[in-house]
Design a protein around this ligand. Structure first.
Ligand code: ATP
Ligand code: MG
Ligand code: MG
Ligand code: MG
Length: 483
């Protein structure tokens, strides 16, 4: 089954269950001072959960463009090194706003995976919240009982607060969640070691594919939990991971979501992708991944720049450039040549890219040219610094050196960290930050805000103030809700 057919089947399934299919929100968030990029399907529905807005439909489903490279969810260092964390990915989701709850959500998850997609139940593990006595949070018996209708009890695992309790922020809606994990090891491997022991243990073939969040509490300013008057369901399934499971691959990059791009990279560079762990293979994966994040962010209106969200895009792009320059031996702009293949692939899903293809291509090419002008000198410089550190018996590049690489050669700190780590060195990041501070770099001030899913920038009060900083948002859009 092609990835396009899989996506469609997901949407059709929930459409049949009376869900309205809605478009993805932009990957770039322009009107929320606390979040730069969409990092989950539920972001665009935040106001429904907070009671600020009444939803037009109580059941919706979609595929949402997400980016996880900053703030609470930052997977950047995993990307390309592992085969299932991306910068940009699609999160398939279904929602109930005060409509159905655990019974239906769980039954439908199971029906879709095993009935429609025909996944072998023996390869599925689900988790339920074990409870937390210190907080007076109960074991999620209700979810357990619903799963137990379908799932072998040996495949229902208990999970802790970290993995199985979701909170929007310090205050607001929260509740237990149930994750669905896939054991994609071979039959022989599965017979040897129980998959249960490998869930949430970073095993490359035992991966989480879907999370079902059940919002049923509200956390008050004093930390107390009260039941929400209306309960909600918020689910998110990693599309590329689902495709990998259904196409029976051992890596997301071996699915048709990525093979087209990898093929073009191979044609351009004359190198071969062998799906292994060499730096060359990592480079292939990094490029195939990063071009999506870069292209869709620009198509959604975020140009690379030196501050805030624009700098996030710039540093992803520079990371990709360094990978092809150093590990695919390609010394001229490459990424921009990948835009057509992606634009075409997503034509029917996210048409914004094909509509702005020329513009996006031009922006990327110029960005690559600009960085390539200083990259070679920067790489020489960092090589010297690494050699000097090593011969002096040091294990760290100091902050001033990292800052020079940033300021003179355009090396984002994560690129310096990456190159240093490839040489078994670390970077004095506090020292770097200090140097940045001294230069009063505005980018740091902007990104520092982005530390949680949502950070209350105004204290909540008894009437349930849930608005934003009134300096940043006109007062008429500041909303109140009953608690
Ligand atoms: P993981 O534990 O694998 O990092 P997560 O628990 O952080 O995933 P959730 O926040 O629960 O992920 O998001 C819902 C789903 O989105 C996950 O079950 C997974 O399938 C998918 N997902 C999360 N992060 C990524 C990513 N960086 N790349 C691709 N898919 C992802
Ligand atoms: Mg994660
Ligand atoms: Mg997880
Ligand atoms: Mg999860």
């Amino acid at each position: 089954m092609t990835s396009a057919a899989i996506r469609q089947q997901f949407l059709d399934f929930f459409k049949e269950k009376q869900h309205t299919i809605v478009p993805s929100a932009p990957i770039v968030i322009k009107n929320d001072p606390t979040l730069l990029f969409t990092n989950a399907g539920m972001n665009q529905f935040k106001d429904y959960f907070l009671g600020n807005k009444v939803p037009a439909h109580r059941r919706v489903a979609d595929t949402q463009k997400c980016l996880r490279v900053s703030g609470k969810h930052n997977d950047l260092e995993e990307v390309g090194v592992d085969t299932y964390h991306h910068t940009m990915f699609e999160m398939l989701g279904n929602w109930s706003f005060g409509d159905y709850f655990k019974k239906e959500a769980i039954a439908w998850s199971w029906e879709l995976l095993t009935g429609i997609f025909k996944i072998n139940p023996g390869q599925i593990y689900v988790t339920v919240f074990e409870g937390d006595e210190s907080e007076g949070l109960p074991f999620d018996q209700e979810a357990y009982d619903e799963w137990a209708k379908w799932v072998d009890p040996a495949h229902i695992l208990k999970g802790n607060k970290k993995d199985n309790f979701w909170e929007m922020g310090d205050t607001g809606p929260c509740g237990p969640c149930s994750e669905i994990h896939m054991d994609c090891r071979t039959e022989a491997e599965r017979a040897g070691v129980s998959g249960a022991s490998l869930v949430n243990a970073d095993h490359p073939q035992v991966i989480e594919i879907w999370n079902n969040v059940f919002m049923q509490f509200n956390r008050g300013k004093d930390g107390s939990l009260t039941p929400l008057p209306e309960k909600h369901v918020d689910t998110g399934m990693g599309f590329e991971r689902l495709v990998r499971v259904l196409q029976q691959k051992t890596s997301n990059y071996d699915t048709d979501v990525f093979t087209g791009t990898i093929q073009v990279i191979s044609q351009l560079t004359g190198k071969k992708y062998s799906a292994a762990d060499s730096r060359q293979d990592i480079a292939f994966r990094v490029l195939a991944d990063h071009i999506r994040a870069i292209a869709f962010s620009i198509a959604d209106g975020q140009l690379p720049s030196n501050t805030g969200a624009g700098y996030v895009i710039r540093r992803i792009l520079r990371r990709a450039v360094r990978y092809y320059y150093s590990y695919l031996d390609y010394k001229t702009p490459l990424l921009f040549q990948l835009v057509p293949v992606i634009a075409k692939q997503f034509d029917g899903v996210f048409p914004e890219l094909v509509q702005q293809q020329d513009f996006v291509t031009k922006v990327i090419k110029e960005e690559e040219e600009a960085f390539l002008r200083t990259l070679e000198k920067g790489l020489k410089k960092i090589d010297e610094l690494i050699q000097t550190a090593k011969t002096s018996g040091l294990s760290t590049l100091d902050g001033a050196q990292a800052f020079e690489l940033y300021d003179t050669f355009g090396f984002p700190i994560d690129l310096t960290r990456l190159i240093a780590s490839e040489n078994e060195l670390s970077v004095d990041e506090a020292g770097f930050a200090e140097q940045m501070q001294q230069q009063k770099n505005r980018s740091r001030a902007a990104t520092a805000l982005d530390t949680e899913d949502w950070v209350p920038v105004h204290p909540t009060d008894k009437t349930g103030f849930v608005g934003y900083d009134d300096l940043l948002v006109p007062t008429e859009v500041v909303k109140y809700r009953k608690v």
